[in-house]
Design a protein around this ligand. Structure first.
Ligand code: ATP
Ligand code: MG
Length: 368
């Protein structure tokens, strides 16, 4: 099992971070600061430079402070047995430029695949209670680290779906090229669904166990893939053909992976219907622990963990459960908090903890 580690990070012009240079320690990096000082933005910078995305927004332009500004994040990272490599992501005028050791990578999926990172932020609490899109994001994140092709297939599927919709809208339900688009859609969709199925199966076992550890043995949570289209190509094509009129009216395909879900049940009932607040938090945490375990197993690399203000979202017992998992795995962790004094002790004494404080977008190292 190898370890991925950030050696140094440099951020220029990202949200309120004008210029931040960070030399993290190999284990726990605690970033403390009051509300609105830039803690989440530091994690966002790490996520951006490893995945080319943000975990807060799908609109990367939000990260760029002014129209004229250029956001640049660069990182030196290494696997424990490998040589350090440099990655950078720049955002300017609505464009994203990505470099890996100075070279533009072939695709963004390949870039993201190389640096597994798992983030736990308040914006993800919806994974239990929120709409299916939240759980699809989880499945796709995990699928990406199982194999980079999953993301490419998902993008191709989305394009084919648009083309088919355009054909429907401009030429009607008997348009001759519809069948071709549907065939292309089905091909990519089946690849996406197989990847999600695999991701679901791996997550389900780990999440079920983690839930048991967090919530006790009395209640069982179970997780299973709920695809929205037939997993058989012939049936799927037939379903698409049969739904042309409906799809024209609703503006998108009524079957397909863009409507998939991960079904979560508690003691046999849908968690969304019967779950209490505390049970939803336990589900979120169990899925997060499962994500960490599955990504680690799938890649043979311990992912970098970004934990955004988890103690304010989880109660004391669940924070303790999370930290127990963290202390068992040896990866690099970045965590933000408004109250560094309240973090549970993780055997910090042997230099495992490095503290930083951020004020008004300016970061400095402190002695704890
Ligand atoms: N595009 C932007 N340009 C400039 N500043 C921004 C931009 N987007 C957000 N900000 C500001 O950046 C600051 C830091 O935000 P961030 O979310 O990182 O704070 P935080 O320390 O995580 O706060 P909290 O503890 O409340 O979560 C905020 O004051 C926010 O208003
Ligand atoms: Mg924050």
């Amino acid at each position: 099992m190898s370890l991925l580690r950030v050696l140094s990070l440099s951020v220029r012009s990202l949200r309120n971070l004008e210029s931040v240079d960070l030399e993290p320690g190999p284990r726990f990096n605690v970033i403390a600061g009051d509300n609105g000082q830039g803690k989440t933005s530091v994690l966002e910078a790490i996520y951006l430079v490893t995945t080319t995305r943000s975990f807060r927004t799908s609109k990367l332009a939000e990260l760029v402070p002014t129209r004229a500004a250029e956001t640049i994040v660069s990182v030196r990272a290494k696997l424990d047995d490998g040589a350090p490599r440099e990655q950078s992501v720049g955002l300017q005028g609505g464009r994203r430029s990505v470099r890996m050791d100075g070279v533009r990578p072939k695709g963004l999926a390949e870039f993201a695949y190389r640096s597994p990172v798992v983030v736990f932020s308040p914006s993800e609490l919806g994974v239990s209670m929120g709409p299916g899109s939240e759980r699809r994001k989880l499945l796709d994140r995990v699928a990406l680290y199982i194999g980079a092709h999953a993301l490419i297939e998902a993008e191709s599927y989305a394009r084919a779906q648009k083309e088919r919709q355009r054909a429907l809208e401009t030429r009607g339900i008997a348009a001759r090229d519809l069948q071709e688009w549907e065939e292309v859609m089905v091909g990519h969709a089946l690849a996406v669904m197989r990847a999600r199925q695999d991701a679901s199966t791996r997550l389900a076992g780990a999440a079920r166990e983690a839930f048991q550890r967090i919530a006790g043995p009395k209640l069982t949570a179970s997780f299973s893939y709920a695809p929205s289209a037939p997993l058989d190509a012939v049936e799927y094509r037939r379903a698409l053909e049969g739904s042309r009129a409906r799809d024209l009216a609703r503006g998108s395909a009524s079957v397909g992976p863009h409507r998939d879900d991960l079904a979560v049940t508690l003691g046999g009932d849908a968690a969304r219907r019967v779950g209490s607040q505390g049970q939803h938090r336990a589900i979120v945490l169990a899925l997060k622990i499962a994500e960490i375990e599955v990504v680690t197993q799938a890649r043979g690399v311990r992912p970098i963990l970004l934990l955004d203000d988890v103690s304010s979202e989880l109660d004391r017992d669940r924070t303790a459960a999370l930290f127990r998992v963290l202390s068992e795995q040896r990866g690099q962790v970045f965590l933000t908090t408004t109250r560094p004094d309240l973090l549970p002790d993780l055997g910090w004494d042997d230099g495992a903890r490095v503290d930083f404080v951020i004020v008004g977008g300016a970061l400095r190292a402190t002695r704890s």
